[in-house]
Design a protein around this ligand. Structure first.
Ligand code: FMN
Length: 218
């Protein structure tokens, strides 16, 4: 029994998105593999369906080549995305688009259990969950659970210019106080310190554990 997790968490950091994907897999108790999509180089689907229709797998040659078989063979999949522009990130959206080969004539990953993880600043109403579900709906996968976490960690905490900016997330959270704000490690909220997030991760892992156990019994 194997679970594969793909995260589009921010590059060069072990982000909340990454750690939630890993924790859900680990807590399920099954063998798992983690792939950080932002470390890979790949394009979105280019629409060359005459190439992927027959083999039922994408034929573009980039860093995603090794991922398709892993998705097909896994008993369950965990996908994690930060919220970008109130939706899933383009990195995650491009990844899902490249699974298009799995829906020619046959639904190659129909009913495969998926858990979705979404992390964002969370200061406005988001449509990320709806967009995540819509992107996956052509594949007829089974969405077991959606785990959301509002970290209130805007990109501005890493950009180095928050004190001179009145448009970014730091300004939206702090107002004029952002102009004198010193970025300290404590500002980088961690889901592990949030009881509700911890609960949600445990619940998703438990659902995964049960469903994978059931599907492999019969
Ligand atoms: C280009 C871009 C757009 C973003 N748009 C949103 C947004 O619309 N809503 C939101 O809550 N967060 C938004 N964010 C913030 C990220 O979701 C947030 O910084 C990220 O979740 C932090 O990573 P982590 O929680 O996985 O550690 C955006 C970040 C970037 C880089």
């Amino acid at each position: 029994m194997k679970i594969i997790g793909f995260s589009a968490g921010v590059v060069d950091h072990d982000s909340n998105t990454d750690r939630m994907v890993k924790a859900i897999m680990e807590k399920s108790g099954y063998e798992s593999e983690f792939v950080k999509l932002t470390d890979l180089n790949y394009s979105t689907c280019k629409g060359c369906v005459w190439l992927c229709a027959k083999p039922e797998v994408c034929k573009l040659e980039d860093d995603l080549v090794t991922c398709y078989q892993k998705v097909k063979e896994a008993d369950a999949v965990v996908l994690g995305s930060p919220i970008h522009f109130r939706s899933i990130s383009a990195t995650m959206s491009a990844f899902i688009s490249r699974l298009w080969g799995f829906r020619h004539v046959n639904f190659a990953i129909e009913n495969k259990p998926f858990v979705l993880v979404i992390c964002g600043i969370g200061h406005r109403k988001e449509t990320a969950e709806e967009d995540f579900r819509k992107a996956l709906s052509p594949f007829k996968v089974r969405i077991l659970d959606v785990v959301k976490y509002s970290s209130r960690v805007p990109p501005c905490y890493r950009c180095g210019r928050h004190q001179e900016c009145s448009i970014g997330g730091a300004y939206k959270i702090w107002g004029d106080k952002a102009h004198t704000l010193t970025i300290t490690p404590e500002l980088f909220s961690r889901w592990e310190d949030d009881a509700k997030a911890v609960d949600k991760v445990a619940t998703a892992a438990e659902k995964l554990r049960k469903i994978v156990a059931t599907s492999t019994q019969g």
